[in-house]
Design a protein around this ligand. Structure first.
Ligand code: NCD
Ligand code: ZN
Length: 455
């Protein structure tokens, strides 16, 4: 039996921060009490925070499909360095994860490279059947994702950034009708349904050449988000499937979501650190590294999202980690692809937001406890308590970390948050009791599956 004792830190527990030692046996937390004595390895955590590993519910590994942008090895090395011990990978890899067979081969590939645990989202296409959803659930999908404004290339088996025109190779995006048609099956399976909430008809009305950041904002108005949220929520409300709003970016979208929540719609709201640390005014400094969909918007949008997070209406922070190559991102603004790496800075950027909001202990809830619940993993992940996996992050609140290209473990070195400084540093990261932050040794990541009773 291998033992690890983390001594003298301030531990995040369900009852709040507590001075305690944490004993780990064979990768599982066995005791959280002050004054424990070591029988094996001991780590001094005095003056440090002892936090549950983060679960990033929104990453794009690019694997398989675009290994030059990222793969499961680089993704999970970045995650491990940043205290993220579970990543939930989105299905827009190539081939897209639209069947149990594709999900199983992606799982095998990920297992061979993953340095942290991982879960896989399945894709809802406009042609997806209830049988396909059920097979993906049986194969271990953590939930399903519908890209409301993105078409599907039949020849490339790939989700594309824009809705279809008349091209017969492009299948139209999943829409509210798709969700309504599949609602009974989705409710029966009990898995969350995440949506990329931009309504294609609103986007079509505002389509224009995108040469500048102002063009990007004008082409992706907040009405697109609000309409998508309201319509999807209207479908979810009575059918009872759990709706998850990915990367909420606007005050208008948040208002639409809050209205739906207040009507009793079963739903969770996610936003991302980049929508809270940056606004459109940062474009002059950051450039195309902050080009993403939906876009980073105005101060008023940022303030509304921060307020929603503080009030607990938004419960989950995910990163929408969406790397490309630095060369691709250096193209003319209109040609640069959308997305930024983010997984490595999830924890520290969230601790900073929580501290600036007046309570640093809110952060583990946003990045760990609430995400674990969303993924049906609340019995094994997201808490520091006996019986839970020893996914533990030790953070030094007296050191600072500057986000730099040299420190980046992802293939894309220049992300949207580059240059920011956080008043914390990651000291140790344990995945089921073993140190993973430095990325050495054999990949040990396992696939997580929602606990059947929680589905
Ligand atoms: C994501 C990607 O590149 O996969 N890009 C982005 O700008 N957010 C797609 C997505 O999450 O919508
Ligand atoms: Zn998206």
């Amino acid at each position: 039996m291998t033992e690890l004792l983390i001594k003298g830190g301030t531990v995040f527990t369900a009852e709040g921060p507590r001075n305690a030692d944490v004993r780990v046996n064979d990768g599982v937390i066995t005791e959280v009490e002050p004054g424990l004595t070591a029988a094996g390895r001991a780590v001094d955590a005095s003056g440090m925070y002892v936090l549950p590993g983060a679960l990033d519910v929104h990453v794009h590994s690019r694997d398989p499909g675009f290994p030059e942008k990222e793969d499961f090895g680089t993704l999970t090395a970045a995650a491990a360095a940043g205290g993220v011990t579970v990543v939930l990978d989105m299905p827009n890899t190539v081939p897209a994860v639209d069947s149990a067979g594709v999900l199983e081969s992606k799982a095998a590939l990920a297992r061979s490279k993953a340095r942290v645990d991982f879960g896989l989202w399945g894709l809802i296409r406009s042609t997806t059947t209830a049988e396909q959803l059920e097979a993906m659930a049986d194969a271990g999908a953590v939930g399903f994702k519908a890209y409301l404004a993105y078409s599907f290339s039949l020849s490339r088996k790939q989700v594309l950034y824009s809705p279809n025109g008349d091209d017969p190779d492009l299948e139209s995006p999943a829409d509210y009708g798709t969700l309504a048609r599949l609602a009974p099956a989705l409710a029966h399976l009990g898995l969350p349904v995440a949506i990329h909430a931009e309504d294609p008809t609103v986007l079509a009305a505002f389509r224009r050449p995108v040469l500048t950041y102002d063009d990007l904002l004008a082409s992706r108005p907040p009405e697109a988000e609000a309409v998508a949220v309201s319509a999807a929520a209207a479908v979810a409300r009575d059918s009872g499937f759990h709706l998850h709003i990915a990367h909420l970016s606007s005050a208008l979208g948040l208002q639409a979501a809050e209205d739906a929540v207040s009507l009793g719609t079963p739903m969770t709201l996610e936003t991302c650190p980049q929508f809270l640390h940056l606004t459109a005014e940062d474009f002059g400094r950051v450039g195309a590294a902050m080009k993403m969909l939906p876009p980073i918007r105005t101060r008023a949008d940022r303030d509304a999202l921060l307020d929603g997070l503080k009030r607990g209406v938004i419960s989950v922070l995910g990163t929408d980690h969406a790397p490309h190559t630095d060369a691709e991102k250096s193209a003319a603004f209109g040609d640069a692809p959308s997305g930024s790496p983010g997984v490595q800075t999830l924890y520290l950027s969230s601790l900073q937001l929580a501290r600036d909001a007046g309570d640093v202990w809110l952060a583990p809830g946003w990045v760990s406890t609430a995400p674990a619940r969303l993924a049906g993993l609340q019995e094994s992940k997201g808490s520091i308590a006996p019986g839970f996996d020893a996914d533990i992050v030790i953070v030094d609140p007296r050191s600072k970390t500057r986000v730099s290209s040299e420190g980046m473990r992802s293939r894309q070195r220049h992300g949207a948050l580059e240059g920011l400084e956080f008043d914390f540093a990651i000291k140790h990261v344990y995945l089921r009791g073993e140190s993973v932050a430095r990325g050495a040794g054999k990949p040990r990541g396992r696939m997580v599956r929602p606990a059947p009773a929680l589905r």
